[in-house]
Design a protein around this ligand. Structure first.
Ligand SMILES: NC(=O)c1ccc[n+]([C@@H]2O[C@H](COP(=O)([O-])OP(=O)(O)OC[C@H]3O[C@@H](n4cnc5c(N)ncnc54)[C@H](OP(=O)(O)O)[C@@H]3O)[C@@H](O)[C@H]2O)c1
Length: 291
């Protein structure tokens, strides 16, 4: 199953991130937790952003202990709730005034159609609208950061976006289709944010972490869930490896200023989802969904 694993480079990243404020969403588990751990190991001030107080506090304490970095904090952020995102952004601005790194990593794969706190289909709310609003509401803080970077953890497993039905109101819901379209939308958003934040000196990238052992299939029920989870555990690469390219984009000198690009295994890859008209349409949909 070697072919499923990404060819992430393994040269250690040399950087001193002391004093840089880095936020990682979904840092309680999987790829996000390893990104946060490595950022902390490089000396950054790291905010572990998650929807569960206990899980974020446990992850922050573990990372602080493992890395010897006392500047690792837990903060509540539920990406399915616009109030929560706004509250989180306000807290960050009040606490730090600026942000140097935002890693939009959190995502869900939901087998059943369900709604988030604002009545929006959950996969779309967490994987697309949430990171979009977080980026918007932290935009000024990022512009104030020195060499600020946004890393959107996307996927090669992307496509099928229906801009006429992003919430599966007309189409029959399918969890895989909802996940794939969300990952296409996240890439499209990355290119629009790259353009919009260019003047502010903020680098925006999207990265595929590679097929990685994680709990992303936790919601898949029955025997299918057992098979899928076993497949992830047996065939996926270690989360440390999945974290490599997002971390490299967030921290390395080589990635500085390389905005608007899609990366796999520290290498730039072509992305077909760049049509300006479609991106504009997506932007308008998200504006209508936000309050
Ligand atoms: N694993 C892979 O093979 C693979 C491949 C390509 C791309 N990716 C991408 O990599 C990223 C990380 O995935 P993973 O595999 O590490 O998944 P994971 O282990 O399931 O981690 C997902 C994280 O997102 C958090 N999260 C879920 N809903 C949230 C919400 N409403 N608000 C805030 N946080 C929320 C989870 O927090 P809780 O602890 O609260 O559940 C968890 O920390 C995702 O963007 C995924 O699409 C993964």
């Amino acid at each position: 199953m070697k072919h499923l694993k990404s060819r992430a480079a393994t040269e250690p990243i040399q950087a001193d991130l002391g004093g840089r404020v880095c936020i990682v969403t979904g840092a309680t588990a999987g790829v996000g937790k390893e990104i946060a751990r490595q950022l902390a190991a490089l000396g950054a001030t790291v905010v572990i952003a998650g929807r569960s107080r206990s899980r974020t506090e446990i992850a922050a304490a573990e990372i602080a202990r493992d890395t010897g970095n006392g500047a690792v904090e837990a903060a509540l952020l539920d990406l399915a709730s616009q109030n929560s995102i706004r509250g989180f952004a306000e807290e960050i601005i009040e606490r730090f005034g600026r942000v140097e790194v935002l890693v939009n990593n959190a995502a869900v794969w939901q087998t059943q159609r369900c709604l988030g706190a604002d009545g929006i289909e959950l996969t779309w709310a967490v994987n697309v609208l949430g990171p979009h609003l977080l980026t918007e509401w932290l935009g000024d803080a990022l512009r104030k950061g020195q060499d600020a970077r946004i890393v959107n953890v996307a996927s090669r497993f992307a496509g099928g976006l229906d801009l006429g039905d992003v919430e599966f109101r007309r189409r029959r819901y399918n969890g895989i289709a909802a996940y794939r379209q969300s990952k296409q939308a996240l890439r499209m958003l990355s290119w629009t944010w790259a353009e919009r934040l260019e003047a502010g000196g903020v680098t925006v990238s999207a990265a595929h972490p590679g097929f990685t052992r994680s709990d992303i299939a936790r919601d898949v029920a029955g025997w299918r869930g057992k098979v899928v989870r076993a497949f992830f555990q047996r065939c996926g690469q270690a989360p440390q490896r999945g974290a490599d390219t997002p971390l490299w984009l967030a921290a390395s000198d080589e990635a500085q200023g390389q905005s608007g690009r899609f990366w796999v295994g520290r290498r730039e890859r072509a992305c077909p989802y760049r049509d300006p008209a479609a991106r504009e349409q997506l932007w308008e949909i998200l504006a209508r969904q936000s309050h």
